[in-house]
Design a protein around this ligand. Structure first.
Ligand code: B12
Length: 390
């Protein structure tokens, strides 16, 4: 099976018209395309950085508030200057983009502009026809981030197509049974790997973004990587939308990659381990891995000990106390976070989870956070704990 087409979509800076792109995203994923959605009000630099890190075939821009000739051209130009000229640009903007504008945009390197009245089917066909073929020989990566992005694609593609990928120089080793070695079995790792998991809607992505903000302030030279997962079925598309939430993470010191689970249950993708191994050897201070929203039985990081520290993020609204007995990760996580602790049920949740953790007789930490709140003291405490375990 060929690897899914991956495209990035975004709405330009000073533009909040996201309704069109939301509709188009859904149509693309219904037709087997993996869409990384960057969100609205995004700068040229943010779009190009994301396109390179995600190593997409093309960027789809939806523009309504004017300035489209300049914005589209600036994206094409910056991609070329960064040596990523194999990433194409296309898009639309209803009646706000005239035919004359579109002709100028095409002369400046934009592949296609769609006008009002185009059917969704036509756009899907265009993407399959234009970007569905395997990419020709890749241009030589000009930066370490671009090289990393290309290698991650090779790994994902090898898994998708069932090819062996021994040539990719991704080493695997046997699990360490010695409990004292809490480091993962990923060889030659230089980074600390922190795993975040928990049910959907608990606020994992927002929490990670807040931790990234603190890291960027604390370490002016530091770099970190994020490997983020969203669910998908084999051969189907996926909406990889974490970038739209992660505002602070749109920074040159953050390398972020979005992965679809491509049919694997449990929160991660078949290619995750190898991708993580590569990232962990790539001189980041931290590699953060975020699972999809998981169920009670999930133990995403148990296999081969792929993380150094596991954080379980819970929503206070998990139902009755009995439900807690069934959540396996409550036995395994080093840190349990009750996010959205401004909600009414949060105090009860804290007490019930505390009692549940006491049964384990391990030194697990329990922290209350409100990740969406600026400078939340709970998030500060979590950040301190993560830094201290290094
Ligand atoms: C819906 C809408 C809104 C909604 C937006 C809701 C949302 N979350 O998106 C609301 C009411 C909030 C809004 C607000 C504003 N709006 Co308004 N809005 C529109 C409206 C009516 C429709 C746009 C739309 O979503 N169309 C639906 C899409 C699916 O269809 P389409 O546009 O025909 O696009 C086709 C193709 O171009 C293609 N396409 C589009 N994008 C992409 C991307 C890719 C990758 C691909 C492949 C294809 C593609 O898909 C469609 C296929 O048929 C337009 C008027 C119009 N008729 O276009 C004004 C319009 C865009 N808005 C306008 C303005 C001025 C504003 C405001 C500034 C008003 C104000 N003073 O507050 C604000 C700004 C909001 C902001 N933060 O940016 C102006 C822009 C004028 C300009 N550029 O010169 C317009 C043109 C109205 C007008 N005639 O004055 N707006």
């Amino acid at each position: 099976m060929p690897a899914p087409i991956r495209i990035l979509t975004a709405v330009p800076i000073c533009d909040g018209h996201d309704s069109a792109i939301n509709t188009i995203n859904l149509e693309f994923i219904r037709h087997g395309i993996e869409v990384i959605y960057l969100g609205y009000h995004r700068s040229v630099g943010d779009v190009v950085r994301a396109a390179i890190q995600e190593d997409v075939c093309a960027v789809g821009i939806s523009s309504y508030n004017g300035g489209h000739v300049e914005f589209f051209a600036a994206v094409v130009d910056l991609l070329r200057r960064k040596g990523a000229d194999d990433i194409n640009v296309f898009g639309g903007g209803g009646g706000t983009i005239t035919h004359q504008d579109a002709a100028i945009m095409k002369r400046k390197g934009v592949d296609e502009v769609f006008f009002a009245g185009t059917s969704l089917e036509e756009m899907v066909k265009f993407v399959h026809r234009r970007y569905g073929k395997p990419r020709r020989k890749r241009p030589r990566a000009r930066t370490p981030d671009m090289e990393l992005a290309h290698k991650l694609t090779e790994i994902e593609d090898a898994y998708a197509t069932g090819r062996k990928h021994s040539k990719l120089n991704v080493q695997r080793s046997t699990p360490k049974s010695d409990k004292k070695h809490r480091t993962s079995n990923i060889e030659d790792r230089t980074s600390n790997v922190i795993g975040f998991t928990g049910p959907g809607g608990a606020g994992k992505t927002t929490l990670i973004d807040e931790l990234v903000l603190r890291f960027l302030h604390q370490s002016p030279e530091g770099r970190l990587a994020i490997l983020s997962h969203d669910p998908s079925v084999v051969g189907e598309g996926a909406l990889l939308g974490d970038r739209a939430t992660m505002i602070n993470s749109q920074d040159d010191r953050v390398f972020m990659r979005s992965m679809a689970t491509r049919g694997q249950a449990g929160g991660l993708s078949p290619a995750t381990h190898d991708c993580l191994a590569l990232l962990a050897r790539s001189n980041f201070d931290y590699v953060i891995i975020e699972t999809v929203g998981t169920g009670q039985e999930a133990m995403p990081f148990q296999k081969n000990g792929i993380v150094d520290l596991t954080v379980l993020v819970m929503n206070p609204d998990y139902g009755s106390r009995l439900q807690l007995q069934k959540i396996v990760m409550l036995d395994l996580a080093e840190i349990v976070v009750v996010n959205k602790s401004d909600l009414q049920r949060a105090r009860t949740a804290h007490t019930e989870i505390e009692q549940r953790l006491e049964q384990n007789r391990r030194s697990q930490q329990l922290i209350d956070t409100v990740a969406k709140r600026h400078r939340d003291p709970g998030v500060d405490k979590l950040f301190g704990l993560i830094c201290n375990q290094r």
